[in-house]
Design a protein around this ligand. Structure first.
Ligand SMILES: Nc1ncnc2c1ncn2[C@@H]1O[C@H](COP(=O)(O)OP(=O)(O)OP(=O)(O)O)[C@@H](O)[C@H]1O
Ligand SMILES: [Mg+2]
Length: 342
């Protein structure tokens, strides 16, 4: 039994089922997330990938109540931790479950850190509020957290403001803030996108080290297939608000089944790509999420589409009995695999 299979034989620590998120703008309703189900198990990293606007952020931050204010959000389905279904809780209870169970890391540290306040007291407050650290112990706790994420001279840094930190250090301070509440789940939305390659590698290795020490589950949203390959155990591929393929990283990256996943992977350059060679693009553009039609959303851009693809929406199911955890939502590619095993 693989490490991933062993983990999945236990209970998930976070699970969404048939999650739908509608965003109400002035003129229309955007179905940003449509019937998405995924499970996250202790100690694993699940990466969510997909092109810009595919719904990665809305699917992960929506149930936590962390979408920007000023837009009306309607959600249905479930998004549950051991404390219950986040979608059934009011704002205050949801904030409490979020603080207890989740640590959140964003692309921009200043969306989590208050630029007007010194770093240390922000960490101390979080530990006091959610981790039950008594007031007298919060400073020592925050200093130890800053040290743990690799910030040199943490006693001094405790009193500094975010603008006194470099970009990489701010990212580390945000990770310390996310860890201050002792969460079970770390939700990282593009945590390394704004960083240069060396700092990016340091942050990834820090996240892996923390995960190994604390047994944290990480929900990692990224555009970067290299980061997925280097860090994730499983990956969910999103297209136009739906998960179209999901499975162990090795299965999905080595044997992508959905035409969208195939296109996404072949549009990524690797070290063997000759300089100047044109990368493969997926033709066309994603659909307008406020005017969705019946059928597979990828069909208009898909090299394998059949006339029947525009009649009904495919749902996720196993690509074969030999790889039951590798799932794909495609009428055309999936039967091919079933024929092979049948
Ligand atoms: N505040 C908002 N107002 C209007 N539409 C929004 C808002 N936030 C997200 N959307 C829409 O919801 C859909 C999903 O957006 P989301 O931010 O989840 O995509 P994403 O996959 O995270 O993209 P990116 O990779 O660019 O971060 C998109 O069509 C987007 O335009
Ligand atoms: Mg996003």
């Amino acid at each position: 039994m693989s490490k991933t299979d062993q983990r999945q034989s236990g209970e998930p620590i976070y699970e969404t089922k048939n999650l739908v998120v509608d965003l109400y703008t002035e003129n229309n309703v955007i179905r940003a997330v449509d019937e998405c189900s995924f499970s996250l198990f202790a100690g694993e990293t699940l990466a969510v990938v997909g092109e810009s606007g595919s719904g990665k952020t809305v699917m992960t931050l929506g149930p936590l109540g962390l979408l920007p204010e000023g837009i009306a959000v309607h959600m249905r389905g479930t998004a549950a931790t051991s404390r219950g279904d986040l979608l059934r809780f009011g704002g205050r209870r949801r904030a409490s479950v979020r603080g207890n169970d989740f640590g959140v890391v964003f692309q921009d540290p200043l969306s989590a850190l208050n630029p007007m306040r010194r770093i240390g007291p922000q960490l101390a407050e979080q530990a006091c509020r959610f981790a039950g650290i008594t007031a007298s112990g919060t400073k020592a706790d925050a200093v130890s957290n800053l040290r743990r994420v690799g910030i040199a001279d943490p006693e001094d840094r405790y009193w500094r403001y975010p603008h006194e930190f470099s970009g990489g250090m701010r990212q580390r301070a945000m990770i310390a803030l996310a860890l201050a509440s002792r969460p079970k789940i770390l939700l990282a939305d593009e945590p390394t996108t704004a960083l240069d390659a060396t700092v990016q590698a340091q942050i990834i290795s820090l996240l892996k080290q923390i995960q190994a020490e604390d047994g944290l589950a990480i929900l990692l949203i990224t555009h970067d297939i290299g980061v997925v390959a280097g860090m994730a155990d499983r990956v969910a591929v999103m297209y136009a608000g739906r998960i179209v393929e999901e499975g162990a990283v090795t299965d999905v990256l080595k044997n992508p089944v959905h035409p969208y996943t195939q296109g996404l992977l072949s549009s990524v350059p690797d070290l063997d790509t000759p300089i100047g060679e044109k990368l493969t693009e997926i033709p066309g553009t994603p659909p307008d999420l406020s005017r969705l039609e019946a059928g597979c959303r990828f069909a208009p851009r898909c090299f394998a589409a059949q006339p029947s693809c525009s009649l009904a929406r495919p749902t996720l199911s196993s690509v074969s009995i030999t790889a039951p955890t590798h799932k794909v939502a495609c009428f055309v590619m999936q039967p091919k695999y079933q024929e092979v095993i049948g």
